[in-house]
Design a protein around this ligand. Sequence first.
Ligand SMILES: [Zn+2]
Length: 497
Amino acid sequence: MKNQELIDYLESCGVCRVCQLRYLKARGTEYRDMQKTFQRLDVKVPADGIKDEPADEQPTKKPRLDICSTCLGLFSEDFQQQLIDGILHSDFAKYDSAGIVLAFSLPMALQLRQLSMWFALQRKFGAAVDNNFAPDVPIKEAVKLILHPIVCTQLNKEYDANGLMINIELRHSTEQADVAKLVELNKAAFPAKAAHQKRIEISRGLLEKQYQPARLKAELFEKFLPIPPAPVTDPLELQSIDLLGPLVCVAGRYRKLSRELSHTPWVLDGKRIMEDSIEEIIIRNVGGHFSETPEKITFMSSGREDVDVRCLGKGRPFVLEIQNARCGSLTQAQALAMEQAVDATGTVSIHNLQVVPREELTHIKTGEEQKRKYYRALCVLEQPATLDILQKLQISESFDIQQKTPIRVLHRRPLHTRPRTIFEVKARVQRENPRLLVIDVVSQAGTYIKELVHGEFGRTAPSIASIIGQPIDILALDVVGIDLDWPADVNNAAAVE
Ligand SMILES: [Zn+2]
């Protein structure tokens, strides 16, 4: 089979130049200068044939020869223009995303036409056309090679698989009739399978898997659908264009300055216990820039503290996971404004705010158990502290404790006994009141510090109380450090000055 013979035959079947190149297995940029590619492949085509012939005033029901019988006009300049116009008339301008990716949902009529042409080429050229491997560059791949670059250039965007997804649904006037015939064909071609199924699900996946010359005879196919594909009266049409913004992750660190603030909205029996929460404050001040639906933003942090516990020091790493983001970037000036807005609450302070790659979410989501946490606890003894007590609470060698789930969280956590490692304990007396101890604890993440101090009737053992051999209670707790060096330090304020 010579290239020229192939092209002459395709031309006679009403196949467009782009699709002709698909049947010559053209790759990548070869679709850009088609005339040159044809020359290189030793194929003569009339120069003016590259352009689509303008649609004359034809009677509407007559098949139009200028519509390609295999791609139904998908690769025509007309359609490209329609597509660009369609995207520009969607909410496209609302999205500030540097990268885009196109996702086409194509009618099944298109797949049937590729198969029909495959059969036609086998009839014409015999064994030169393989039974198992399609003779053309598949439509889906061709869309990537041809339409993607054109749309990206026209819209001045880059291709990015993680960028703004433009979902394009196409329809064709023959789809319903063709699928009806396909259902009949399917019963005849795969009767055993059809008998087992109450309703025959005809899907694109089924077409791809089952509908190949190796599994289906051309003679049977032809009883239902023509070989080669018949000319059509109308081209493909745009059914809908839907946009889905990328997933954007915004990370930072927060300090919790209040002992009356919950981590997430705290609602009991339908009533709010705390008016606000860290999650709400951060999303309220950061979310609007990225999303029109802040209620759909997910807030995650590396652990959490109790309502009455502050988190100081460098603060706790957090990340906002923003689906369908309108915007994927954040300048340092914008970040600073958000940091200042959160700081103004007086209850939470954030810094290091930045957009991070989604791969970095693993820092928050995994390895939590291995992390070390640094705490400072203000504790009270029944008697003034003695030297003996202070000496017992200078522990620089790590030790393990067994900790039963505290009674105060049993309503939401299952009862377990967990081993936890305490790495370090250091205590000093408050000068003003010798009954008050400031105890610094370095522990494995997930340790309940309040119970570590008083022991909770032996449910945590050993405990600070059991180590010193007398009761001790905790008045206040601060988290002073979290062993997670992420996200990177960025000084938004310094960059803006
Ligand atoms: Zn075509």
